[in-house]
Design a protein around this ligand. Sequence first.
Ligand SMILES: *Cc1c(COP(=O)(O)O)cnc(C)c1O
Length: 334
Amino acid sequence: MHFSRFPRLHLAHLPTPLEKLDRLTEALGGPEIWIKRDDCTGMSTGGNKTRKLEFLMAEAVAEKADMVMTQGAIQSNHARQTAAFAAKLGMACHLLLENRTGSTDPNYTQNGNVLLDTLHGATHELRESGLDMHAEMETVAEQYRGRGKNVYVIPGGGSNPTGALGYANCALELVNQANERGLKIDHLVHATGSAGTQAGLVTGIKAINAGIPVLGIGVRAPKEAQENNVYQLSLATAKKLGCDGVVKREDVVANTDYVGEGYGLPAASTLEAIDMFAKLEAILLDPVYSGKGAAGLIDLIRKGHFRKDEKVVFLHTGGSAALFGYTTDLPKPG
Ligand SMILES: *Cc1c(COP(=O)(O)O)cnc(C)c1O
């Protein structure tokens, strides 16, 4: 893997910190829990889409795009990070936001990530849930092209082989950090949605033969569909990186037991994870992704899934801006 072969804008704050979570480890009675702080990537409250957008937005610049479009749920962290990149690069940004949760709470529809999208100068239009959002986006992109815009379209979550390069690179970064401090990582756990993060991580880890199993905690799709999405994207990412064939189907593992009622609807275990990380480690999770990922981590620890002498790294994928869109689900002050 040689990432300099691909166009890239170095705008993320890298490397992100790798920290030990002593109080959470103690509260759960082991294994040793570490956190990779991709909530600290620096772009407009950070998050995992920033690593993908370093490669995606470099393509947009290479194609001389003057407008970027993407889609996601109303409280999409990906949409917000895309809006931030576009602002930084002086490009227009138009977002298609899907009301996947059906919420009409003004904090959900206007605060959190939506507030930041708007501050960065992005425009957006809403869609009811259940449409083919990719097709919707192509239609709208064509309308803008008809008006003379050179539109670069980014898939939901930035999850294509270009975006996944960001997480193959993160695998390299993490293993280097661990090697520098003599940390042997036994497991890597993180929230998985549109698949780019896990596909990139698995591809990177396999390509350098680091031998670290990756466990994705699902936030939307059933296990079989999620694993297949990740696997297909891993194959394409490995091909792009010139290491065809490194990823096997069994390298891709997702646990989708922590989705709860559905995408964007926090379960009791999500809220408990948010509470524990905030009170024990002063780390902000989110109600859609990292809260569910951490809920999986906590429950699997309680069930004895990891040995007590193992070291587990939780990749924090960001999303805390969404907390301000979910005030009704969170504890009231007082
Ligand atoms: C998008 C996102 C994820 C999931 O990453 P994918 O690459 O879409 O699987 C996890 N956590 C947060 C906070 C996200 O915004």
